[in-house]
Write a protein that binds this ligand. Structure first.
Ligand SMILES: Cc1cc2nc3c(=O)[nH]c(=O)nc-3n(C[C@H](O)[C@H](O)[C@H](O)COP(=O)(O)OP(=O)(O)OC[C@H]3O[C@@H](n4cnc5c(N)ncnc54)[C@H](O)[C@@H]3O)c2cc1C
Length: 428
C-alpha cells in the first residue's frame, strides 16, 4: 500500500507515564504504561495482561475520553491495512489509519468516503468512536458508514460485528469502552471532486430567516459566526451539483482565501474560490499536509434537533456577552439522522453548534454550564470528544438506546477492563 503518512500529534509527545497528553494540551493522561503493539498477537497479550486498558487514536479529543489510569495502547505500530473491495464498494482499514493516509489512497482507486470532518489528521477509529462528523443535510456521522467492526475484547481475543449483528449499532461509536477496534470496514462511493466557496457579510436576521436555504444550498455547508453582526458561509459543492448563489441573503463572495478561525493563517486551509479538488482535500477545512498548529484552543459542540435550529441559535446568541471573552469562533453544521446508538445525531436531523474556545480551561469551564442551560430546552447532545459538563442523567435521557449500550458494554466487557474515569462518570 502506498499511502502518504502525516506526522501525528502523539509523535510530538513524550511517552512516559504521567507525561502523555492530548493535542490541545489540556489533558495529561494518567497511564501507568504505554504500549505500541505491532501485531494482533502482541495487542491481544497487552489487553489480556492488564485489568485496565484504553486505546488512544491520535489524541485530538479535548475531553478525557481517551485517558486511562491503566495501560494506554496506541495502534500506529500495527500493520497498515487498506483493502478496497471494488465490487462490494467497501474498504477494510486498520483502525489507526488517519484520513490523511486513507483519503488520497481511496481517491486513486476511484473511490471516496461520503463525508469527512474538518481535521483529516484524526484516526478512522478515533473519529468513529466519538461520532466525528462533517456537514450536510444528507450526511450522517462517519461512523454511520461503517459496515463491520473488528474488536479485541477484554480476554484479548478478536470478535467481528457487522450490520446484521445484535449490538452493532452500539459498537462503532463506543468511546473505546467495548474493546479495541483493530479494523473497520466502511462504505465507499465513487470518487468525486469538490469546489469550495466562501461567502461573507451575512447578517444575523438573514442567517436566521434563510437558515434552511443556506444550509441546504450545497453538499456540505458550514456557517462561521462570532454571534455578532456578520457571518461567513463555507459552501462545498460537488462539481456535478448546481452552483449555489447566496446573493439573495445579502452575503457576497470573499475576495480571497479565508481561515475559519479569525487570526489564523490561511496557508493551513484547503483551496477556496472555486478551485476544484478531490473530496479528501476539500471537505476538511484544514490541509492534510500541514500539522494543525500546536493546540492553543479548546472545543465544545452541541447537537440540537434541526427543526428547532432557529430557536437554539437565538438562545446561544443571547449569551454572546457571556461566552464572548473565551470564544474564538463558532461553526454551525447540519447532520442527517442515523441509527448509531451513541451518535449525537442518533434518530434526528441535527444542527451541530460548535465552539472553538481560547486555551483558557478555567474560563471555558465557567461558561459551559451557562451555555448548556440555554440549550437545555432543545435536548442537546454534546460531542464526546469536546468539553461539556452535562450530567449523566441528562445524557441518558436524550439517547433512546442508552440502556442498550449499557447492556452491550456489560456483555462485552463485564469486568470493566476498558472503563476510564470518563466512562465511569457518564455511564456508571
Ligand atoms: C482541530 C480539530 C478539528 C476537529 N474537527 C472536527 C470536526 O470537524 N468534526 C468532528 O466531529 N470532530 C472534530 N474534531 C474532534 C475529533 O474528530 C475527535 O475528537 C476524534 O475523536 C479525534 O480522533 P483521534 O484519532 O485523535 O481519537 P482520540 O482523541 O485519540 O480518541 C477518541 C476516542 O476514540 C477511542 N478510540 C481511538 N481509537 C480506537 C480504537 N482503535 N478502538 C476503539 N476506540 C478507539 C479512544 O479510546 C477515545 O475514547 C476536531 C478536533 C480538532 C483538534
Amino acid at each position: 500500500m502506498d499511502m502518504h503518512t502525516a506526522e501525528a500529534s502523539l509523535d510530538r509527545t513524550a511517552w512516559a507515564p504521567g507525561q502523555v497528553g492530548n493535542w490541545a494540551g489540556n489533558v495529561s493522561f494518567c497511564a501507568t504504561s504505554v504500549h505500541r503493539p505491532t501485531s494482533m498477537e502482541e495487542l491481544g497479550a497487552v489487553v489480556a495482561g492488564h485489568d485496565r486498558v484504553k486505546v488512544v487514536g491520535r489524541g485530538y479529543s479535548f475531553s478525557t475520553v481517551a485517558d486511562t489510569a491503566g495501560a494506554l495502547v496506541r495502534l500506529d505500530g500495527m500493520p497498515k491495512v487498506v483493502e478496497v473491495d471494488a465490487g462490494r464498494r467497501q474498504v477494510r482499514v486498520a483502525a489507526g489509519t488517519t484520513f490523511t493516509e486513507l483519503g488520497p489512497y481511496l481517491h486513486r482507486q476511484g473511490f471516496a468516503l461520503p463525508n469527512l470532518g474538518s481535521l483529516p489528521h484524526v484516526s478512522v477509529a478515533g473519529a468513529c468512536a466519538t461520532g466525528t462528523h462533517g456537514s450536510g443535510r444528507g450526511n450522517p456521522s462517519i461512523a454511520a458508514g461503517v459496515r463491520e467492526v473488528e474488536l479485541v475484547i477484554s480476554d484479548g481475543k478478536p470478535i467481528r460485528l457487522d450490520r446484521s449483528s445484535p449490538g452493532f449499532g452500539g459498537s462503532v461509536t463506543s468511546l473505546g469502552a467495548l474493546g479495541i477496534a483493530t479494523h473497520l470496514t466502511l462504505d465507499l462511493v465513487p470518487a468525486y471532486d469538490v469546489e469550495q466557496y466562501v461567502w461573507e457579510g451575512l447578517g444575523w436576521p438573514e442567517l436566521v430567516r434563510d437558515f434552511d436555504a443556506i444550509t441546504d444550498c450545497a453538499y456540505s455547508v458550514s456557517v462561521f459566526t462570532d454571534w455578532g453582526g456578520r457571518h461567513t458561509v463555507w459552501v462545498k459543492r460537488r462539481v456535478q451539483d448546481p452552483l449555489p448563489d447566496l446573493s439573495s441573503t445579502g452575503a457576497y463572495p470573499a475576495d480571497g482565501p479565508r481561515h475559519p478561525v479569525a487570526g489564523m493563517t490561511v496557508e493551513s486551509c484547503n483551496a477556496q474560490q472555486g478551485a476544484a479538488g478531490p473530496w479528501w482535500e476539500r471537505l476538511p477545512h484544514l490541509r492534510a499536509d500541514r500539522l494543525p498548529g500546536a493546540g492553543g484552543e479548546l472545543h465544545s459542540e452541541y447537537f440540537v434537533p434541526l427543526d428547532r435550529a432557529r430557536e437554539a441559535l437565538e438562545a446561544v446568541r443571547g449569551l454572546r456577552d457571556v461566552i464572548g471573552p473565551v470564544l474564538r469562533g463558532s461553526e454551525l453544521r447540519t447532520q442527517a439522522s442515523e441509527e448509531t446508538w451513541l451518535s449525537p445525531g442518533h434518530g434526528r436531523d441535527s444542527l451541530a453548534i460548535h465552539f472553538t474556545w481560547r486555551a483558557d480551561a478555567d474560563g471555558v469551564g465557567r461558561v459551559i454550564p451557562a451555555l448548556e442551560l440555554a440549550l437545555a430546552p432543545f435536548a442537546p447532545r454534546p460531542h464526546w470528544g469536546g468539553l461539556f459538563a452535562m450530567k449523566p442523567e441528562q445524557l441518558a435521557a436524550s439517547y433512546p438506546r442508552w440502556e442498550d449500550f449499557q447492556a452491550l458494554r456489560a456483555a462485552l466487557d463485564p469486568a470493566g477492563v476498558f472503563r476510564n474515569a470518563f466512562t465511569t462518570r457518564h455511564f456508571g
